[in-house]
Design a protein around this ligand. Structure first.
Ligand code: TXD
Length: 311
């Protein structure tokens, strides 16, 4: 039987994730949204594209969770995006309600699924999804680190004029301005960028990575990034469904790792068919640890704003 992937939210990120899952032939894709007709229209358009550079995936749109039943993967993208001047945290109250409703229904329809949350503020929304679904932590994770590291990789490639394929970047922490890009572990063809670039250029790359989402928001003016986020979510689905045991930075629920407990944080994890197979712990300097804990405090402060029924 083919894999089934449900993408909740057929907006910019959702449609891009669905499109990439289909093009990569990860399985059949169900696109669901609250707006009537729109997911059906987008799914039909995608399916009609499939004979051109052929890819074999059934893509359907719906407004009914019954059609999502038995999914292997649920990619959660429904929710408000940022507008210029907004922080990701400004989305909290509204998106909590949306994640509660969508994950409540989708997790009942697909009790064995693995949930990948994309909705912002990411680290808080993935915790909402964990609590609402009641799924074990291995099966509820968030997408942000792949995007943040891809941005850093792109900036390193621009700076050095090398192929993006030669770059590797390492970003830990929450998906916000407090994220922790680690230069020591970011490399070009295996060489740490600390050997290739002066500190002021590295600092500029780190700063641009931290503000990477905001840079796109202020250019677009009407919403936030979606090409890279949609593809990043598809990469997680690919690692899981292909049982690749692939190490990728994801938001994972920590219980003691990195000295953090009961919180979602972006850390390197190994992804396979069961979801998160393990959290990879790397050694951090005191400064790096302090930055990670600052990021954790920023995420925890959002948990405190959860409504009573989620506490
Ligand atoms: O790195 C990351 N994690 C992110 C997160 C990178 C980029 C965007 N990120 C966040 O994803 C962003 O801040 C938003 O919270 C979500 C979705 O962003 P997108 O750009 O896709 O927003 P759109 O285009 O406005 O689409 C949202 C869709 C839209 O079609 C709504 O009709 C739908 O969500 N929506 C719902 N669908 C189903 N059910 C409910 N209740 C619902 N409410 C809204």
């Amino acid at each position: 039987m083919r894999n089934k992937i449900t993408v909740i939210g057929a907006g910019h990120v959702g449609e891009t994730a669905a499109w990439n899952c289909a093009r990569l032939e990860l399985g059949d894709v169900v696109l669901i949204d609250i707006v009537e007709g729109m997911p059906q229209g987008k799914a039909l358009d995608m399916f009609e594209a499939s004979p051109i550079f052929p890819f074999d995936a059934k893509i359907t749109g719906t407004n009914d969770y019954a059609d999502t039943a038995g999914s292997d993967i649920i990619i959660m993208t429904a929710g408000l995006p940022r507008k210029p001047g907004m922080s990701r945290d400004d989305l909290l109250a509204k998106n909590i309600q949306i994640v509660k409703e969508c994950i409540g229904r989708a997790s009942k329809a697909s009790p064995d699924a693995i949930i990948i949350v994309v909705t912002n503020p990411l680290d808080a929304m993935v915790e909402v999804a964990r609590r609402v679904s009641g799924f074990p932590k291995e099966r509820v994770m968030g997408m942000a680190g792949i995007l943040d590291s891809a941005r850093m990789r792109a900036f390193i490639a621009m700076e050095l004029g090398v192929s993006v394929e030669n770059t590797h970047a390492f970003v830990l922490g929450g998906h916000g301005d407090s994220m922790v890009p680690l230069a020591r572990y970011s490399t070009v063809a295996g060489i740490p960028i600390t050997h290739l670039l002066p500190q002021d250029r590295i600092d500029a790359i780190i700063e641009r990575t931290r503000k990477g989402g905001g840079e796109i928001v202020s250019l677009l003016k009407t919403g936030s990034a979606y090409y890279a986020p949609g593809l990043a979510a598809a990469q997680m689905a690919d690692a899981i469904l292909g049982d690749k045991h692939k190490i990728l930075p994801c938001a994972a629920y920590l219980e003691g790792e990195y000295g953090l407990d009961g919180i979602y944080m972006g850390v390197p994890v190994q992804l396979g068919r069961k979801g998160i197979e393990k959290v990879i712990e790397i050694e951090l300097t005191d400064d790096e640890k302090a930055a990670l804990y600052r990021s954790a405090d920023a995420v925890k402060s959002l948990f405190e704003k959860f409504p009573a029924d989620l506490k």
